[in-house]
Design a protein around this ligand. Structure first.
Ligand SMILES: Nc1ncnc2c1ncn2[C@@H]1O[C@H](COP(=O)(O)OP(=O)(O)O)[C@@H](O)[C@H]1O
Ligand SMILES: [Mg+2]
Length: 222
């Protein structure tokens, strides 16, 4: 599966989700995972090298690849890897468009703040333009940094309803809460799914596992 984590906005949680998803997928036995860092800022690659230093091995392979030929590179990597996760930059770039042309899924994180919600218009325009090139792309809109009450929060429900009315899209019911654990783990080359954090952070483990299971199962059913 090729899963691109993207947006036209920075700071929404793309790299957090991309690195955690790469670890999640790599924890499945015999699963060969490639994390492509298509953001010139290099967050995912930097995280991966830190992770290698800490653990001896990252558990997956990471490479920095950008540009309008990215789809060709992904096509050749598909033969060698079971899963490919692409972390793109926070703008509408040639890399993001190229990655989406050959992706099975597009995961779009957003906070429930006005600026992130307004950016949905540009994401939907991008999807509209890409549709002829990849009609099978499945898009998942994920609310990130929600408050702890998660899906049961009436604030989330209200926001999800107003987004649905304004933009005609549904947010996934599975959200990621605003938890210091995500950035704390990332800063040390780990994710909340690693044993070093998982025991202290059962709620974070539960929410990312629920989200990633939902996405992978939805893709398997296609
Ligand atoms: N669910 C979350 N809870 C707390 N902090 C988060 C969460 N998601 C992301 N962050 C933090 O927000 C900042 C931006 O996230 P990042 O994944 O780098 O976004 P992007 O790749 O979209 O620019 C980082 O400092 C990250 O640790
Ligand atoms: Mg990033």
């Amino acid at each position: 599966m090729v899963i691109t984590i993207g947006s036209v906005k920075g700071g929404v949680g793309k790299s957090t989700i991309a690195t955690t998803l790469a670890v999640f997928l790599s924890q499945k036995s015999d699963n060969k995972v490639m994390l492509i860092d298509a953001d010139s800022q290099g967050t995912s690659c930097y995280f991966t090298s830190l992770r290698q230093e800490q653990r001896g091995t990252a558990g997956y392979t990471s490479v920095e690849l950008t540009g309008n030929k990215l789809h060709e590179e992904i096509r050749s990597l598909v033969r060698r890897y079971d899963d490919i996760v692409v972390d793109v930059g926070g703008r509408d770039t040639a890399s993001q468009r190229a990655a989406l042309a050959v992706s099975d899924a597009y995961v779009v994180p957003l906070s429930l703040q006005a600026f992130d919600i307004w950016a949905l218009r540009d994401v939907l325009e991008l999807l509209d333009q890409l549709k002829p090139f990849n009609p099978n792309l499945t898009t998942f809109f994920v609310a990130n940094r929600t408050d702890y009450r998660g899906t049961k929060s009436s604030a989330f429900e209200e926001m999800a309803t107003s987004i649905e009315e304004a933009y005609g899209i549904s947010l996934l019911p599975h959200t990621l809460s605003n938890r210091i654990a995500y950035s704390k783990a990332a800063g040390t080359g780990y994710t909340v799914l690693d044993p070093e954090y998982a025991n202290q952070e059962p709620k974070a483990v539960a929410e990312v596992t629920t989200l990633f299971n939902h996405i992978t199962q939805a893709l398997e059913k296609r």
